[in-house]
Design a protein around this ligand. Structure first.
Ligand code: SAM
Length: 213
């Protein structure tokens, strides 16, 4: 997702108390940002932030960080965030390629990937957030028994992910190709893209990945 440049978005992001603009400085110190030792859950490619703002409201005992590479999109999440009274949600504007510079070894408890960009050309496969290259990065930052959850309506990307993940230190412990008609849907929080594409009749796929035992 890339929105037209929103005037003032870069300035608003730079000045916001909810955006961590120097995230590398908090590597291994994220609990200081939240001033507690609660678990840390992150969403990579959060888009306009509906999923994470809802989770943060529902779960005050969990710390959340949303990561989004485009300022114009992050700004939309920030607009939502600013209307809410909660102290367990921060954002970072960055490309997740550098994620291991921002979180320490095992510092993250849970990773959400929702409706990640499909990068359909083979030569761009390494940019897919479920590629073995990205899972290698997640391997560094995720707690030993941490989890990765991935949702998409893109069947090619989902099938690619089912093939890639077993090539890494992770295994797929559950998956469905029709989330909204599956027991895995219990407690599901819809993202902006999920609402749009399920509204168009696309089935939603979901998988859970955990480290190989
Ligand atoms: N997760 C949201 C949802 O489900 O509604 C947004 C989905 S949108 C298709 C994917 C988002 O991921 C875009 O906003 C894009 O800018 C962001 N994104 C893609 N690759 C990224 C990366 N390497 N680092 C950070 N954000 C990324």
């Amino acid at each position: 997702m890339r929105l037209r440049n929103v005037r003032g978005s870069k300035e608003a992001i730079a000045e916001s108390p909810y955006v961590i603009n120097n995230p590398e400085e908090y590597r291994n110190k994220w609990r200081e940002v939240f001033n507690n030792s609660n678990p840390l859950y992150i969403e990579i490619g959060m888009g306009k932030g509906r999923f994470l703002t809802r989770l943060a409201q529902q779960n005050p005992g969990i710390n959340y960080v949303g990561i989004e590479k485009y300022a114009s999109v992050l700004y939309r999440a920030l607009e939502k965030r600013e209307k809410m009274k909660m102290d367990n949600l921060y954002f970072i504007g960055m490309d997740a390629e550098d994620i291991a510079a921002v979180f320490g070894e095992g510092e993250v408890d849970w990773i959400y990937l929702n409706f990640s960009d499909p990068w359909p050309k083979d030569r761009h496969a390494k940019r897919r957030l479920t590629s073995k290259e990205f899972f290698g990065r997640y391997d560094r930052i995720l707690r030993k028994d941490g989890r990765i959850e991935f949702k998409t309506d893109n069947m090619d990307l989902f099938d690619f992910s089912l093939e890639q993940i077993p090539l890494t230190n992770f295994e797929i412990t559950a998956y469905t190709k029709d989330l909204h008609n599956d027991a895995m849907n219990e407690g599901n929080v819809m993202t902006e893209y999920e609402e749009k594409f399920s509204g168009l009749g696309h089935p939603i796929c979901k998988l859970i990945a955990e480290r190989k035992k």
